[in-house]
Design a binder for this molecule. Structure first.
Ligand SMILES: Cc1cc2nc3c(=O)[nH]c(=O)nc-3n(C[C@H](O)[C@H](O)[C@H](O)COP(=O)(O)OP(=O)(O)OC[C@H]3O[C@@H](n4cnc5c(N)ncnc54)[C@H](O)[C@@H]3O)c2cc1C
Ligand SMILES: *[C@@H]1O[C@H](CO)[C@@H](O)[C@H](O)[C@H]1NC(C)=O
Ligand SMILES: *[C@@H]1O[C@H](CO)[C@@H](O)[C@H](O)[C@H]1NC(C)=O
Ligand SMILES: *[C@@H]1O[C@H](CO)[C@@H](O)[C@H](O)[C@H]1NC(C)=O
Ligand SMILES: *[C@@H]1O[C@H](CO)[C@@H](O)[C@H](O)[C@H]1NC(C)=O
Length: 342
């Protein structure tokens, strides 16, 4: 029986922990975490499938991880688990006022992809007196972390997993484990760590607008970018992306978000606000998913698998990354003669 420690209980930590349990039968998995849902970054997110703000992570990897996640959610949906897991199937429209927008490289991952017609774009823009040049739609999903994470946590516990509420300050605390999996996201407090990580501050508003049935994202070169993403209990209006650590709700951002969104859907201007929120996306030049071997640990070796830096797409890439993470844990366990390599 191998002992595996996962640090972090956000969407990345939980999906990784579950994948490890499912792939490797002879393991006991323990999650060590400071926070849990509803207090993780994913709980602030819009819970929507679309690769977004992932730095220079290679398109082939984004496509593979994104597809694994999309297919997993589609399977849960087909199995009738939509309510339990907080999943909604929804048509997503991405609309732009830029010229020369190309089809996204991940378009073959999703169902129902097509370009929006000139006529549609003109009608859509008319309300706000806006001119849109291109756009496309596809079938996407939202799966709210506040429902999905407790759903995953139940599965993890049923499989014999253990969750310990504890902030890990020194990896020596976990020396008795065979492999340590690092899913600490931005880990904003640890400024001495990975200098490639930087916060992408996202401010959004959760509003009550049960009449809002469509999802859209506006990509604008005229400073009018915004998104409107319906979840089950609220609609998310967004949102900013700034290289900042400030977790306070900013009044100017608040106004801009409402102005930009209600320009296209006027009734949103007076929608009842449930809460304004700020989250820090774990921005990185690319997702870090790899094995690191350090001196220390049980047999003189500390085997670490890193899985962090998913930027604005941690939910979108979660399942694909978790499956690869489990493979890396297996590989780390199987590696022998590591001492010679150090
Ligand atoms: C406004 C906003 C909207 C977003 N919308 C979307 C979206 O629609 N779709 C999408 O795919 N992505 C979206 N994202 C991005 C997504 O939320 C993140 O990529 C994702 O949540 C990152 O997950 P994570 O598990 O790596 O990090 P986190 O959720 O931050 O989890 C990190 C975990 O590690 C724990 N931890 C950290 N350090 C330690 C330590 N030293 N010891 C113990 N525990 C520790 C924390 O307590 C936490 O449990 C959005 C983000 C924001 C801010
Ligand atoms: C989330 O944070 C709130 C406020 O700090 C706290 O009261 C609550 O216990 C936390 N929930 C969990 C599950 O940790
Ligand atoms: C859809 O739009 C893209 C980008 O504007 C274009 O490159 C592509 O040829 C269009 N596809 C079809 C089928 O019209
Ligand atoms: C785990 O990841 C964080 C970044 O989230 C980094 O600061 C830390 O050094 C990593 N831990 C180890 C043991 O490498
Ligand atoms: C909304 O409009 C402002 C001002 O024009 C702009 O700076 C901003 O990027 C837009 N988007 C959001 C989410 O605030």
């Amino acid at each position: 029986m191998y002992e595996i420690a996962v640090i972090g209980c956000g969407v990345i930590g939980l999906t990784s922990a579950l994948s490890i349990q499912e792939r490797l039968k002879n393991v006991k998995v323990t999650i060590f975490t400071r926070d849990k849902s509803p207090n993780t970054t994913g709980d602030i997110a819009a819970g929507y499938w679309e690769p977004y703000m992932v730095g220079d992570t290679p398109p082939a990897q984004i496509t593979r991880w994104g597809k694994a996640t999309y297919d997993y959610i589609l399977k849960l949906w087909k199995e009738g688990k939509a309510k339990e897991a907080g999943i909604s199937l929804i048509i997503s429209r991405i609309i732009s006022d830029r010229k020369d927008v190309e089809n996204p490289f991940w378009k073959d991952v999703v169902l129902g992809y097509s370009n929006l017609s000139r006529e549609y774009l003109d009608k859509f823009g008319k309300v706000g007196n806006r001119k849109f040049i291109s756009g496309f739609e596809f079938l996407s999903f939202t799966w709210e972390a506040s429902i999905f994470l407790p759903f995953l946590e139940q599965k993890f516990l049923m499989n014999g997993g253990v969750i310990v509420r504890k902030e890990i300050r020194d990896f020596k605390e976990l020396e008795d484990f065979d492999v340590i999996v690092n899913c600490t996201g931005l880990d904003a407090k640890d400024l001495t760590g990975d200098t490639k990580l930087c916060p992408l501050r996202g401010q959004i508003a959760r509003v009550s607008a049960s009449w809002m049935f469509y999802l859209f994202l506006i990509d604008s070169e005229h400073d009018r970018s915004c998104y409107v993403i319906p979840n089950i209990h609220c609609v998310i209006l967004g949102g900013t992306s700034q290289p900042a650590y400030n977790l306070e709700v900013d009044e100017v951002d608040k106004k801009n978000i409402f102005r930009n969104c209600s320009e296209l859907v006027p009734a949103l201007a007076t929608a009842e606000v449930i809460k304004h929120q700020v989250g820090l996306r774990p921005g990185r030049e690319r997702v870090r998913l790899e094995i690191e071997i350090k001196p220390g640990g049980k047999n003189g070796l500390l085997r670490i698998v890193h899985n962090y830096g998913h930027g604005g797409a941690g939910i979108t890439l979660s399942i694909g990354c978790a499956e690869d993470c489990a493979k890396l844990v297996e590989r780390a366990l199987n590696q022998t003669n590591l001492r010679n390599k150090l």
